[in-house]
Structures are given as C-alpha cells and as structure tokens.
Write a protein of this length. Structure first.
Length: 109
C-alpha cells in the first residue's frame, strides 16, 4: 500500500512559513517535531497534558477538523498560552487526506 503524503503549512514562532509533507496518520505535533524541531514544543510527547503543542489553525481550515474532545479542551484552558477560538493541540489532530494543505501557526512559547 502506498503512503499518502499530506502537505502541512506551518508558520513558526518567528513568522516564517514552512511547507512540510508528512505521511497520512501522523499528528500535527509529530509532523512539526520531526520536520522543524522548535524549542519547547510538544514536551509531553503527545499525551495531551502540557499544552506545548498548541497551534492556531487558520479559520477556513478549522472547520475541516473533528471537534476537540473534553481532555483537549481542558488542557487548552489550563495549560495553553492565550488560546483562541481556533486553538488546538497538535497532538490531538491526526492528518488525513481531507486536511491536505491546511495551515497552522505555532502558538507563542
């Protein structure tokens, strides 16, 4: 079976846009960690407890994502820095073909 590559557009904390291609099924957190390795990002390893993989999803792409579950919403409220209505935890979003070419901005550290 052939791997499907998903394009993820990431705006880093300095405002630089990076386009990365990653296998379908990879989380946004893992994609950013693997390809860009920003400091103090995804510290808990994807356990949905620290909020360091907080990203802001472009509003037009936000509706493509499944609704956040209660543990993600709770972590965003308790641990993320200045969450917005378009905030998500990268560890909770597995990239699928319908997410191809979405854009996220890494939240401030």
């Amino acid at each position: 079976m052939e791997d499907i590559l998903i394009r993820l557009n990431v705006i880093d904390r300095e405002g630089k846009k990076n386009a990365i291609d990653i296998k379908e099924g990879t989380t946004i957190r893992d994609a950013i960690e693997e390809k860009l390795s920003p400091d103090n990002y995804g510290v808990c390893g994807g356990s949905c407890v620290c909020g360091t993989c907080h990203v802001h999803v472009t509003p037009s792409d936000f509706e493509k994502l499944k609704v956040a579950e209660e543990d993600e919403t709770s972590t965003l409220k308790e641990a993320a820095i200045k969450p917005t209505t378009h905030s998500r935890l990268g560890c909770q979003i597995e990239l699928k073909k319908e997410h191809n070419n979405i854009t996220v901005t890494i939240a401030p550290d």
